[in-house]
Write a protein that binds this ligand. Structure first.
Ligand code: FES
Length: 142
């Protein structure tokens, strides 16, 4: 009898949990530079670049998510998670080709949208980026 009571009580606790309405998932960013890990709540529908910036995580995004650079390059740690992310577009693949330290599970952070399936996602932020968007600008010789 007391079992039933205990169950009812704990169920009530779950219901009163925070974040009603605003659905989030947990995403961990791992810095390759210093090995530090930061786990944040990513609102469903936001892309990883936005999530990183909202949480003061160092992830470049030179072109501000317009698919014109590769500085938002992230590496998905777990292959299983990698396959849960919708396939990259041709444009993303073209940009990824320019990314420094490209790996089998590389993606552009600004193209990965937080969805429920990605709860628990871990991504590495490479220690270097190749910024053609900014650095590639060569002044015309006279
Ligand atoms: S911020 Fe430039 S492609 Fe993602």
């Amino acid at each position: 009898m007391s079992d039933t009571l205990a169950l009812g009580h704990s169920a009530g606790q779950w219901c009163s949990d925070e974040d009603e309405g605003a659905e989030t998932i947990s995403v961990t960013f791992v810095s390759e530079k210093d090995g530090s890990e930061t786990t944040v709540k990513a609102p469903i529908g936001k892309h990883l670049l936005e999530v990183a910036h909202d949480n003061d995580i160092e992830l470049e995004g030179a072109c501000e998510a317009s698919l014109a650079c590769s500085t938002c390059h992230v590496i998905v740690e777990d292959e299983e998670f990698f396959h849960r992310i919708p396939e990259p577009t041709e444009d993303e693949l073209d940009m990824l080709d320019l990314a420094f330290g490209l790996s089998e599970t590389s993606r552009l952070g600004c193209q990965v949208i937080a969805t429920k399936e990605l709860d628990g996602l871990r991504v590495k932020i490479p220690s270097a980026t190749r910024n053609f968007y900014v650095d590639g600008h060569v002044p015309k010789p006279h």
